[in-house]
Design a binder for this molecule. Sequence first.
Ligand SMILES: *Cc1c(COP(=O)(O)O)cnc(C)c1O
Length: 433
Amino acid sequence: MTGTAGEHLAWLEEGQRHLWLPYTQMKTAPRPLPVVSAEGVRLRLGDGRAVVDGVASWWTAAHGYRHPHIEQAVKRQLETLPHVMLGGLVHEQAARLAARLARLLPGDLDHVFFSESGSVSVEIALKMAVQYWLNRGERRTRFLSFAKGYHGDTFMTMSVCDPDEGMHALFRGVVPEQVIADLPVDADSEARLAALLAAHGHEIAAVIVEPLVQGAGGMKFHDAETLRRLRTMCDRHGALLIFDEIFVGFARTGLDLFACAAADVVPDILTLSKALTGGTLPLAATVASRKVFEAFWDDDPARALMHGPTYMGNALACAAANASLDLFESEDRIGQARAIGAQLAADLEPARALPGVVDVRVLGGIGVIELTRLGDPAWLKQRFLDLGVWLRPFGNILYTTPPLTIGADDLRQLTKALVTVAGEWSARFGKGE
Ligand SMILES: *Cc1c(COP(=O)(O)O)cnc(C)c1O
């Protein structure tokens, strides 16, 4: 048996010398926590403890871990067809998933290109936008994106992230320089964006934004009106509009299944990943509107979209995604996200009065306590674990994005931990701000 209290885990000792972890200074970071199993909203750690997962594995596990409906669908698929290349071949799970996504998404977002990670789906969206213009005989090779935005870690996606965020600042000058703007949240910022578009409009292939919530860049919210302004301005300057719904898609906001539907704004291209398979297998989708697809529709093979990830449309992942969509359709995840939002708003409110807390904000299944300055990551991690929860703040942003299936008591454990730890942080570091 593995994972009983205090037991020595041989694989951990051997493997950790070789495993290179994400965003981690391997020399100084505390040892990663071994997880031996997961069920519902809980992770079971190597020492036998079970902790409530307040992050849902980077927002993927919307239905909780090991949901039997997804588990069975993946097992069934494994026994018939785990994977086949989509070059010249096709299989039922990918075809059904594409048709279902087209049906669920608003407007004419009807053409689905699969890949295996969020960053790659954004790369494809950007490439699609550039080729859209090339196929129409125009050369537009730059992008406009927004401060606090996050779209991935590959080279081109880094270029459309917030340029000052610590994660990618090192690569300034190495990645192509894009036009970075503030979101048009009011008349002032709208006028500044209009000026930028007037100056650069002819070279901008697309404007890319995380609609309603900028996730990894700081869990910042904006309203639907901002997106409507963007749609109008893109139409005026001919730029395509890309919505990166990798974080906000699949009911996370509690407003609708997708942010574009909630805002009543249809982008030209949309990206999905994270909760697409309910946190089981890697899969992403780049969805194009009819207008975009038609720019590639031609007798000339050179006008085809020249992209094709080896594992695109993996059958196990598509089976998981189809099962995940069954759950989004049969169980009220939007209502659950709303209920989570109501409880988060009430439970986190006391943190607002703490010295050193600048903001408490909630939208659906997203709860945030923003601190004035960076917390100590190792200390925060330990205090959260002491209180029985797994949370992983971004610098000064304490947040939870639990599985949407979480019950009120487990959610209270998360919010209590957040408010308690924010209080302790405030007492230690929050004075004299
Ligand atoms: C996570 C994320 C990505 C990148 O997805 P990966 O699967 O990590 O490559 C891109 N955009 C947004 C909005 C994300 O939240």
